[in-house]
Design a protein around this ligand. Structure first.
Ligand SMILES: O=C(CO)COP(=O)(O)O
Length: 124
């Protein structure tokens, strides 16, 4: 059965996420893709891959992905979060990072780690 991966990127890193998704499209196609709203739209438009889109991050998308983790429906997270910009939903971001650790979900928070994670998942 295909594993479920969540993709999330803050605004300053959305172009990086799109480039990363294009670079790793062959690997990503082995998974069901989920994403926060705007990230999912950008990845879908750029790659043509189908992405299940939750709400935008500030409107609860991070919380929806966190709930998916708690319910055992999300197997891994690629989250390009921006450490240099303030976010109105910072508490939601922190909650997502926390719940991914609580459930021992593989989570990459930068591109180099995402490179390693997607290769590992694609080969497992
Ligand atoms: O804010 C986000 C994650 O915290 C991302 O949300 P969007 O993908 O909707 O921009």
């Amino acid at each position: 059965m295909k594993k479920n991966i969540a993709l999330i990127a803050h605004d300053n890193l959305k172009n990086n996420m799109v480039s990363w998704a294009k670079l790793h499209q062959l690997e990503l196609e082995k998974f069901n893709l989920f994403a926060t709203g705007t990230t999912g739209k950008r990845v879908e438009e750029a790659t043509g891959m189908s992405v299940v889109k939750f709400k935008s991050g500030p409107l609860g998308g991070d919380q929806q992905i966190g709930a998916g983790i708690a319910e055992g429906k999300i197997d891994a997270v690629i989250f390009f979060w921006d450490p240099l910009a303030p976010h109105p939903h910072d508490v939601d971001v922190k909650a997502l990072l926390r719940i991914a650790v609580v459930y021992d979900i593989p989570m990459a928070c930068n591109q180099k780690t995402a490179d390693l994670l997607i290769q590992g998942l694609a080969n497992s």
